[in-house]
Design a protein around this ligand. Sequence first.
Ligand SMILES: C[S@@+](CC[C@H](N)C(=O)[O-])C[C@H]1O[C@@H](n2cnc3c(N)ncnc32)[C@H](O)[C@@H]1O
Length: 273
Amino acid sequence: MTTTADDLREEVRRRYAEAAVSATAGHAACDCGGGECCEHVSGESGYGEAHYSAEERGELPDAAVLASLGCGNPIAVAELREGETVLDLGSGGGIDVILSAKRVGPTGIAYGLDMTDQMLALAQQNARDAGVPNVHFLKGLIEQIPLPAESVDVVISNCVINLSVDKPAVLTEIARVLKPGGRVGVSDVVAEDDLSVEDRAERGSHVGCVAGALSKSEYEAGLEAAGFEQISVEFTYEVVDRMHGAIVTAVKTRRPERAGLPIVQPAASAGCC
Ligand SMILES: C[S@@+](CC[C@H](N)C(=O)[O-])C[C@H]1O[C@@H](n2cnc3c(N)ncnc32)[C@H](O)[C@@H]1O
């Protein structure tokens, strides 16, 4: 059976809706039956809360920590400043939006964008519990960001771009919404350059944040095509054989073109969980 890009996106939405329901019921989002980003690695260097310091975890409601499904800590590299506008792509249970809102303070704004209703409801509750008023959660796709051009200082994201079925659109949209000089600080799963799309799909599922990962040079080329400079893709730990948690940073210097990357690899990544 052929898996279309729409099928794959719906599978992602369904899986992360289940993770949100699990976290809302007081269980770790990772414990909802497998197939999320955390199916491959857990513990000290793996997914979720392990990437946050005790001090950061102390700033968050327990439910936001439980809902964490990221593969890094974008706040640690984003160098957020008072008064800035931040956008978190695929904000999940809201952990990075809440931390961003605290860093940019009352004169700044933290937006979270997610396509999954259950995640948005959980994130809104977590933000209320955290007492941060300067957050806004938006429903939508990271491939069609519902914000005006040049309205954001910093785009962050934690283990979401690998899940997109149209990565050129995501990178082009990031460039569109960023102000000139705007920054990207993203955690993601990234493959070593010699791994083919098939090699990546053999190592894990698409919903598990492995099969859809870009390689390091694909990420760099995509960002460059979208108008970014000072691009860095740095591996931080190995997720599965020759695929890594990575920190991706870049600065917008030019107006965006459409990034030249594959739109989707559904056939190779259909086998989920
Ligand atoms: C692996 S979880 C990461 C959540 C959060 N960033 C964190 O660190 O806990 C992926 C999140 O991205 C959302 N998502 C995946 N693909 C998306 C897309 N194309 N557009 C909008 N949201 C998406 C899912 O609904 C889910 O909440």
